[in-house]
Design a protein around this ligand. Sequence first.
Ligand SMILES: Cc1cc2nc3c(=O)[nH]c(=O)nc-3n(C[C@H](O)[C@H](O)[C@H](O)COP(=O)(O)O)c2cc1C
Length: 374
Amino acid sequence: MDLLTQNKNNSNNTATAHLFSPLTIRGITLKNRILVSPMCMYSSEDGFANDWHLVHLGSRAVGGAGLVFTEATAVEARGRIAPQDLGIWDERHVEMLSRIARFIREQGAVAGMQLAHAGRKASVYRPWEGNGAVPATEGGWPDEVVGPSPEAFSDSYNVPHELTKDEIAEIVQAFVKGAERAVRAGFEVLEIHGAHGYLLNEFLSPASNHRTDEYGGSLENRARFLLEVVRGIRQTIPAALPVFVRLSATDWLPDSEPGFTPEESVAVAKMLAAAGVDLIDASSGGVSHKQQVKVKPGYQVPFAEKIKRESGILTAAVGLISEPEQADRIIREGPADLVALARELLRDPYWPLHAARTLGYDIKWPDQYLRAKR
Ligand SMILES: Cc1cc2nc3c(=O)[nH]c(=O)nc-3n(C[C@H](O)[C@H](O)[C@H](O)COP(=O)(O)O)c2cc1C
């Protein structure tokens, strides 16, 4: 049985699936369907993980999530969003990341890393310190910001240098090298960040990609960079390890503006599946400051559902999922195979333990906390 068929069989198992049922993707089994969505912590120096990351990610593993993702982890220093982003561009990053991955694994969770490049949205202030571009005098890199076309995200961002084909090839290699280091550090699921208006998303969207070479124009051309990253990573990491891609399934632009659409997401998901991607993490937005997002609980679930139904690939749903019943229903009814939670897991790292109690599932608690289990 080939891997895609195997994955489809997993996802088709919806008759019995629920929030706390395991999911096997390739050689990795997640103990439940709860994924700690990637969240920037803006707490690194020179890309290094530190005690903050160990405690933050470790707490969510203790709290019972099946898959704990790092924040967007930069494959190049110039690909950081803020100067304080986590990185994987240097061999020396591996040591502390290994410690974090080991701790997560010891809790029975799987450690995942989101590999990222911020593209034209790089070199900006961390949210609690300001908005827009950080000048070189404050640790920014305005002259090294890159993108598909020489157009800034908005007036307060840097105008990027338009990447040449050779430079694109170098960034593909940076993703591959980052993936190889992540695996060596013990991360067993890799997610390529193709969403939120960062570099790979900037190439995918006709709102930000105005190139006339083979990396611009048709959808096949706009997806080329992402596919090269996927193929490079797939050839490098063990076949047993899953690769996810986070996509922004829509740019949320009015019909009058060119933008990436849910229909294009389905087409890209099919290309990605053929290249060895196992799951699409369906997010949205971030490419254009003109976006008009319609936010409500579970507002991105329909994107996960559409991508799964029309391409057959596994999906994760994310965005305003906070209630145990809501999360359980998403898995039981099948629009997605995993639920990714971000802000709710900042409010409550033990959300999975609490959700199990609410829903009546008896799950394993950490031995050290057993006396508190009701
Ligand atoms: C503090 C914070 C940092 C985030 N950083 C990332 C990131 O590094 N990569 C990413 O893909 N999404 C990032 N996101 C988006 C979340 O992963 C998630 O998609 C979004 O918050 C919606 O989910 P929620 O409603 O459960 O918070 C971040 C969100 C928050 C709140």
